[in-house]
Write a protein that binds this ligand. Structure first.
Ligand code: ATP
Ligand code: MG
Length: 631
């Protein structure tokens, strides 16, 4: 089918378009109105319809493929692999749902899930959906302070957790952090349901903590029918990564989300029932929600849930799973590819990857060297896709399921159906219609199905944070800026707060980073704008050298710094030249692997880095602090 026509129809006749896509899922009660946009910019999709996410992900496949694989849980941490068929998954979800009901959870109640990548986390999410409870998954790597703020925001009746996660074969206890978080939080959950993996001893809190295995034994045969909910009933809340500020509580609906995911599995991720999907993300992130749990299962696919590192027992582990389970679509992030890049490339040639149609990557800019490396190494198509926690599914990509089209290096692709993407001039608010003009990436309201409904319990914050109104039209800001070429391909240039203003010249940090990266001895680099009395701002670069030998010598460091500056001068001009290039061994990143640029900038300016609840390795910031102080 002609993609342009498909996209145009989604924008010009959205009701007809989405009514058609809505046939991809089961409805208990058909909707009366495709969309209600009478309270802009808020929108309700599939008004009057009733459905259930768990029904669409699990129950409806029982008729056609009860014994097909549904959940493939692989842990290289505890050396276990368990495959659940749809029938078995259905039974486990009902048991979990029965436990939650017994603990007093009802429709609309929140359940916070603070768990490692174990099958029970998937059961818990689906069980909540089954009974109309709203889940709020908090990434298992967060410590008590981050967890406490999310407990207070979501006010859960029940928390589902586990004794411990595991990293690199060592147990990472959760229970102590959870107890501490509950102590810190103002809101107190009535019950905590504990999965005991036997990884870390803990003391249950009497009257509050319940043992999963003991409760499960009581409910081996309990049947819990799906609670049919309104299409607009919230299915979950989830916090953004916190890359640019305090995480925002994104609230998602049920019907619109199910339709959007079903459509994306078909048109974008090329998924078919009976096939296998492997997303290497974590259930704590939006990719985990949409493309480990709900999307693949709604599509009737088996989904791999992987607990472990990409490099343990060796750099071939992911590819061995692709071979073993005949994975057809795989989803990962550039940050993970960069980790693999440091491994022996022979691992990529060792396994039969012929089942794999494509590797999808998202979450951060996919730089050309990384994209080229993985494309060459795998010999399969690499498909970048750009979206946000807020949208729940891709805004920009190549929809190969509609019409196969080439990718362009550095571009996630074209505007996806349903999204009326605009590039808007930041200062004038004018739309940039020409090719290669920079603007803020915005989406004209209403947002398509599956996107955030609102900020949890705070419509005013939702409207104020994301929306602007011009000439009676509402525009949603992604807070990213980009350009579009003459073929309609977009290029993301960075976040709107990543612009550096050097003596009146506006420069994207990403452009400078790409230039610096082209120096052969730069493995990774981050550029931030630092306040400067003379120029307003100057660029400062923090680079990880590929080969750091000899760099203890200040003269060698200066020489490399000079070389890098020359590269930037040659490619972008002296105005973009960083004032300093400082060498580090690690960069501060979020737990999801994204560069924490605002923290880096704050420290480079000698300010307090602010909310660091999502940082992966605080020592990376310490290095920067020390370097800046010594400068
Ligand atoms: P916060 O909103 O809390 O600051 P965050 O924006 O990092 O955190 P996410 O929703 O996880 O939280 O990430 C979405 C952002 O990631 C996008 O707005 C964009 O900046 C970046 N991004 C995602 N995919 C891509 C991609 N394919 N290419 C470039 N950037 C991407
Ligand atoms: Mg964001």
């Amino acid at each position: 089918m002609d993609f342009q026509a498909f996209h145009r129809r989604s924008i010009e006749e959205p009701e007809a378009f989405w009514a058609e896509q809505a046939k991809l899922i089961d409805w208990q009660k058909p909707f009366e109105q495709v969309r209600d946009y009478s309270r802009p910019p808020l929108v309700d999709w599939f008004v009057g319809g009733q459905t259930n996410l768990c029904h669409n992900a699990v129950d409806r496949h029982l008729k056609t493929q009860a014994d097909a694989k549904a959940l493939i849980w692989v842990s290289t941490e505890v050396d276990k692999e368990v495959v659940y068929s749809f029938r078995e998954l259905h039974a486990e979800v009902q048991r979990m749902a029965a436990m939650l009901l017994e603990l007093g959870v009802g429709k609309g109640d929140r359940v916070l899930i603070y768990m490692p990548m174990i099958a029970e986390a998937c059961f818990a999410m689906l069980a909540c959906a089954r009974i109309g409870a709203i889940h709020s998954v908090v990434f298992g790597g967060f410590a008590s302070h981050s967890l406490a703020s999310r407990i207070d925001n979501a006010t859960p009746k029940v928390i589902v957790s586990a004794d411990a996660g595991s990293r690199s074969g060592k147990s990472v206890p959760y229970k102590g952090l959870l107890d501490e978080a509950i102590q810190l939080a103002t809101h107190k959950p009535a019950k905590v349901l504990m999965v005991n993996r036997g990884l870390a001893p803990y003391t249950p809190v009497a009257g509050r903590d319940e043992d999963y295995a003991a409760l499960r034994a009581k409910h081996m045969d309990t049947q819990v029918p799906c609670t049919w909910v309104e299409a607009t009933h919230p299915s979950y809340t989830l916090y953004t990564s916190g890359t640019t500020g305090t995480p925002k509580g994104v609230q998602r609906d049920t019907g619109g989300y199910a339709v959007a995911l079903a459509a994306s599995m078909k048109h974008i991720f090329l998924g078919k029932p009976g096939e296998t999907y492997f997303s290497t993300s974590d259930i704590g992130w939006v990719v985990g929600h949409s493309y480990i749990i709900y999307g693949p299962l709604i599509a009737g696919m088996a989904t791999i849930m992987y607990e472990g590192l990409p490099t343990r027992p060796d750099g071939g582990i992911w590819w061995s799973l692709v071979e073993k389970y005949k994975v057809t679509s795989m989803f990962s992030a550039p940050t993970a590819v960069r980790v693999l890049k440091k491994q022996d490339p022979a691992y990529l040639k060792k396994y039969d990857l012929s089942s794999l149609r494509a590797l999808f990557l998202a979450g951060e800019p996919l730089d050309e060297p990384t994209a080229k490396w993985i494309a060459d190494a795998l010999g399969r198509p690499i498909i970048d896709n750009y979206w946000q926690t807020e949208t729940g599914w891709p805004i920009l990509t190549i929809c190969n399921g509609i019409e196969p089209a080439p990718s362009k290096f550095g571009s996630p692709g074209k505007a996806v159906y349903g999204y009326d993407v605009k590039l808007v001039n930041e200062s004038t608010g004018e739309e940039m219609k020409g090719a290669d003009e920079k603007g803020v990436v915005m989406i004209e309201g209403p947002l398509p199905p599956g996107c955030m409904q609102t900020v949890w319990q705070d419509d005013a914050r939702f409207v104020k944070t994301y929306w602007t109104q011009a000439n009676g039209r509402w525009l949603y800001s992604t807070f990213d800026w980009g350009i579009r070429d003459q073929d309609g391909y977009y290029f993301i240039l960075g976040r709107t707060d990543d612009v550096i203003n050097v003596a009146g010249h506006r420069l994207g940090t990403r452009e400078i980073e790409e230039s610096i990266s082209s120096h052969p001895n730069v493995a990774e680099v981050a550029v931030v704008g630092v306040a400067d009395n003379l120029k307003g701002q100057v660029a400062m670069a923090f680079a990880i050298p590929k080969d750091a030998s000899g760099l203890d010598d200040p003269a060698a460091r200066l020489k490399l710094e000079g070389e890098i500056m020359k590269v930037v001068d040659g490619q972008l001009g002296a105005v973009a030249r960083p004032s300093r290039v400082l060498f580090v061994t690690a960069l501060p990143k979020t737990r999801s692997g994204k560069l924490l640029r605002r923290a880096l900038q704050a420290v480079a300016e000698g300010r307090d880095p602010g909310d660091l609840t999502t940082i992966e390795d605080p020592s990376a910031l310490q290095q920067v602090k020390a370097l800046v102080a010594a400068k």
